[in-house]
Design a protein around this ligand. Structure first.
Ligand SMILES: Cc1cc2nc3c(=O)[nH]c(=O)nc-3n(C[C@H](O)[C@H](O)[C@H](O)COP(=O)(O)O)c2cc1C
Length: 318
């Protein structure tokens, strides 16, 4: 049983310290532990090439869907795939996850690691007779646990849990604890909150040791499907969309409390279910097919050429 903690804080700062605190808890429960300081890694942003989807080793070719950019991503992927649980300890920036983590998210929680995408890639690979060296990494499908710990210097924190959950939902990791600490600059000196983090480390190790006994220990939230509290009011100012799992419903007040109500049919396209993900991939497949066909036309080439010729991008002298 192996638990990995990834900290996104400054070197030896509060996030690093609290990642280690959680690992101490995991170690007490008998876990093998590993610690990664995220800013030690070279992780370049996704450039939107979509090779992971439409490339020769992409999803629709029954390939691995691995990112083609060369940096430390594959190293980090191996570290994550080789563990049973990951504790993410991230500083809160602008009310949510920091930009460098979002850049990692595009690479690790975009199409290349989406369980719906990888399920389709696997089935295409199997239809081709499962050629050696092809298909997605089987470790991507291994049940895995995640614990989220957000640490902020103020109470600007309302996107943090939603950001974390949107990230882990893509791989369908089972969330154990989901903790956001506000006004937490001196967290290291606050024994009660430090103890909560140690316990979170124990909790994820317990879940990894006994997956059948898994229980979600985080905040129940407003969305009964994914525990999110972040809701998007759509144009009619009546329908509300859960910003994390994407299901739509209404907010009602019962006994003085806000409740999010939705029809069961909504779950068919929820982003945290395999059928919901497969539906999304099928829709993307249709859209990509239409775009590929458009690109073959003279009219598309004419329009693309006109935009290219219109103006060149400014960039700094090297
Ligand atoms: C660019 C930037 C944006 C920040 N935005 C927020 C914020 O929106 N909410 C908040 O509570 N703290 C915010 N902070 C404070 C950080 O969360 C805090 O400095 C960090 O968790 C300290 O962790 P460390 O000691 O591990 O580096 C921000 C800090 C920086 C540098």
């Amino acid at each position: 049983m192996k638990i990995l903690a990834i900290s996104g804080g400054s070197k030896n700062g509060t996030n690093d310290q609290m990642a280690k605190e959680a690992l101490m808890g995991a170690k007490e429960m008998g876990a093998e532990i590993e610690f990664i300081h995220m800013l030690d890694l070279n992780l370049v942003p996704c450039n939107g090439c979509v090779s992971c989807v439409t490339g020769k080793d992409g999803v629709f070719a029954g390939g691995s869907a691995r990112c083609v950019r060369k940096d430390d991503l594959n190293w980090l992927e191996d570290k994550i795939y080789d563990c049973d649980g990951v504790i993410f300890v991230m500083p809160i920036f602008e009310k949510g996850l920091p930009g460098f983590f979002r850049a990692f998210q595009d690479r690790f929680a975009g199409p290349s690691h989406d369980i719906g995408m990888l399920t389709i890639a696997k089935s295409i690979w199997e239809q081709k007779g499962s050629p050696a060296g092809g298909g997605p990494d089987p470790r991507a499908f291994k049940p895995r646990f995640a614990t989220y710990i957000g640490i902020g210097g103020s109470d600007w924190a309302c996107r943090m849990s939603a950001d974390f959950n949107l990230f882990g939902m893509v791989q369908m990791w089972k969330v154990v604890d989901d903790l956001v600490f506000t006004w937490a600059k001196s967290l290291t000196m606050e024994d009660d909150r430090v103890a909560q983090i140690r316990e979170a480390g124990r909790n994820i190790a317990r879940a990894a040791a006994d997956p059948a006994g898994y229980r979600y220990l985080g905040d129940p939230g407003i969305c009964a499907n994914c525990h999110s509290r972040l809701m998007y009011l759509t144009d009619d100012a009546k329908t509300v969309e859960c910003s994390v799992c994407g299901i739509k419903g209404e907010l009602v007040i019962e006994d003085g409390k806000i409740r999010f109500v939705y029809l069961p049919v909504q779950l068919e396209h929820a982003h945290n279910t395999v059928p919901g993900k497969i539906k999304h991939v099928e829709d993307i497949g249709k859209n990509e097919g239409a775009f590929a066909a458009a690109k073959q036309t003279d009219e598309y080439r004419r329009r693309a050429e006109a935009y290219k010729a219109f103006i060149r991008p400014s960039r700094p002298e090297k």
